[in-house]
Design a protein around this ligand. Sequence first.
Ligand SMILES: Cc1ncc(COP(=O)(O)O)c(C=O)c1O
Length: 451
Amino acid sequence: MLRNALPNIVTELPGPKSKAVIERRKKAIPNGVGCPAPCVIAKGEGAMFEDLDGNTFMDWVGGIGVLNMGYSQPEVIEAVKAQSEKYFHTSINVVHYPEYIELAEKLNSIVPVKGDEKKTILINSGAEAVENAVKFARKFTNRTDIIVFTGAFHGRTNLTMTMTAKIKPYKFGMGPFAPGIHRCEFPYMYRRPAGLTEKEAVDFYLEKLEMMFLEYTPAEEVAAIIIEPVQGEGGFIIPPIEYIQGVRKICDKYGILLIADEVQSGYCRTGKFFASEYWAAAGAAPDLMTSAKSIAAGLPLSSVTGRVEIMDSAAAGEVGGTYAGNPVSCAAALKVIEIMERDDYAGKSRAIGEKCVARFNQWKDKFEMVGDVRALGAMMAIEFVKDKASKTPAKDELAAVVAECAKNGLITMSTGLRGNNMRFLMPLNITDAQLDAGLDILEAAIKKIMK
Ligand SMILES: Cc1ncc(COP(=O)(O)O)c(C=O)c1O
């Protein structure tokens, strides 16, 4: 059964059938929609997929954080089928439907934003969730400006592309960009200024945030500061909790809203249902939280949750969208949340994190190229460097490791401004045998490329 299979490559890659489809893709789809994979999927189950040529791959990218529950979860399929037979679509602006309301109620009960009474809006994508969080923050505060960070990724619409840091490939030649966005330096502990302890570095980066109000925009004009609890496209960089506590204090001091962008970190990826739970436990709960990606096991859906006063600051008709909160996606999401709670996906995430980090740390001792290991639950990264002393990013070497893994049936992906971090987003229901097999493939690839 594919769900319990291990990688097995039986043809050259890409195989002949995949190759033919990839050629058609090249003619039919713009080059700007990139994809390096040497295969075309035929069927997926759990952490595994089979390609058109009968090769079996293990997927440690999960459509970039969308498959925390893996491919084709049978109970989600049943929920989607049942909803499809009732109705595919109606707009929440036209007719009331229970699935949207039930999902909003559920998210209100589990999203750890500040406040006792919460409301949730549903939309379609991560970028749309961030756009809406900004709209609510501006409406509620009656201020215009937003502070974002170096390394941030918030999407590909004009506003969210502006908020995103990395120029190539995300913004290159695509301006002019949206006004009112100001970028502060993110606390990147591995690359903090030499000589600073972690505590000194936290103070150093918080000082940079305060300086934003002197150099770029007065605090009175700032509606929100938006942070990814673990920077995704930025390289899986984890801000120290003391930094988040400091940001929360700054927000409170100036009446600025704190937005957690949990598009990539949500749905048990980090060892909690939402990474913001770590913030809340440290007295630094956000005011607004976005989520998307794994919310509906692959169907398009996203959300923004906040306390009632913020969420009711927009009048009827000022927010929404034709497909926003699609009933089939909502039915999938309700099932996803039920299963994640029932089967303790947060616990699974912590267990995967512990196992992998133990192995990654052995590699850090053994291999000069493994510079840093970062993890919050199963949101993990290895930063590849030419050597530990210089920390020079080893982008090409990592690209070779990714290609070598793919050759052996393990799909991985790099991330980060410098393209030298391997990110791990394996399904959280991966079997132990699959996890071990994947780690063996990766270790062999690192060894081979190091030589
Ligand atoms: C933190 C974060 N915010 C927003 C987005 C944008 O999401 P989408 O691609 O669904 O628009 C992403 C996508 O990777 C993300 O990681």
